[in-house]
Design a protein around this ligand. Structure first.
Ligand code: NAP
Length: 277
């Protein structure tokens, strides 16, 4: 499995597993747990969750999926902005740990910016780090101006990652945010990497996939996995999808593949505001 090294020194699987909307359909719970486990077996040991997902239910599902194998996985969870005061961040993390049935998070993110000043949330993260409840902290849905404000705070440059919307159809961050992060060795994590399934019907993507004997999702993920500092977290609740996604790590796109994808999904011409889902 390809790995990304975080500023804290941890080497994390570049291809992970998302969990948004897990638990929404209770009849699929066992299948969702089994699929997460299958993904871990295949080396997709980075698991992304959040207190928001299913109002905590996704974290409970992750707890079942990782039972007995906590040390194999790298768990990411997120605090909601309305909870992100210093004390609120600590309390939210403690609730997540309980639902996840673990004693620490590997990475804890602010889900998006809200009304609390960043220095308050940062103070919460620093207290959690000191107490060993989290191993690293980061942010999500932060544009360049947010990242600059954060980096200017005492200790703000310890940010481990910025999790953002990035896929073939959402390339706006290539103009400014990716170069900013690269210059400062801040890793990034691409969420909704197959645009929640919507890009998989694209004709150019299907053509490249057919030529390479791959599935469209594999090509879309391989396109993201070219970036050395990028983690990618597709969600799959179907065992065949998780197998296909894992195979993306071994698919090297050619210049011809990349040119065809650029034609169908053009790179941005200039800086654009960060998009969110
Ligand atoms: P996504 O991963 O782009 O797409 C998930 C959808 O794609 C599911 O319907 C899944 O179907 C389907 N899929 C996955 N692999 C496939 C394959 N090989 N072939 C065909 N279909 C496939 O969307 P997402 O769930 O929005 O994003 C991924 C994760 O990023 C989330 O789960 C969450 O952890 C995180 N996220 C974070 C934020 C944030 O604000 N920080 C926002 C959005 C998402 P099946 O379920 O049937 O397999």
């Amino acid at each position: 499995m390809k790995r990304v090294v975080l500023p804290c020194g941890e080497a994390v699987s570049a291809l992970g597993q998302g969990t948004w909307m897990l638990g929404d359909d209770t009849s699929r719970r066992q299948e969702e747990i089994a699929t997460l486990r299958r993904g871990i077996d295949l080396g997709m040991t980075l698991i992304d969750t959040a207190e928001m997902y299913g109002d905590g239910e996704a974290e409970r599902i992750v707890a079942e999926a990782i039972e007995g194998r906590r040390d194999e996985v790298f768990i990411v969870s997120k605090v909601l902005p309305q909870n992100a005061s210093r004390a609120g961040t600590i309390a939210a993390c403690e609730r997540s740990l309980k639902r996840l049935n673990t004693d620490r998070l590997d990475l804890y993110l602010l889900h998006w910016r809200g009304r609390y000043p960043l220095k308050e949330t940062l103070a919460g993260f620093q207290a959690l780090l000191r107490d060993g409840l989290i191993k690293a902290w980061g942010v999500s849905n932060f544009d360049v101006d947010d990242m600059e404000e954060l980096a200017a705070l005492p200790g703000g440059d310890a940010v481990a990652t910025n999790q953002v919307l990035y896929n073939l159809a959402r390339r706006g961050i290539e103009a400014h945010l990716i170069p900013w992060a690269r210059a400062r060795a801040v890793s990034m994590m691409a969420y909704s990497p197959v645009e929640q399934g919507r890009i998989l019907r694209d004709r150019a993507l299907a053509r490249v996939a057919a030529r390479r004997g791959a599935a469209p999702a594999q090509v879309a993920l391989a396109w993201l996995l070219r970036h050395k500092e990028l983690m990618v977290i597709p969600k799959a609740t179907n065992a065949a999808h998780v197998r296909e996604n894992r195979a993306a790590v071994d698919l090297a796109l050619t210049h011809a593949d990349l040119a065809e994808l650029d034609g169908a999904f053009p790179a941005p011409r200039g800086a654009r505001p960060l998009e969110m889902l």
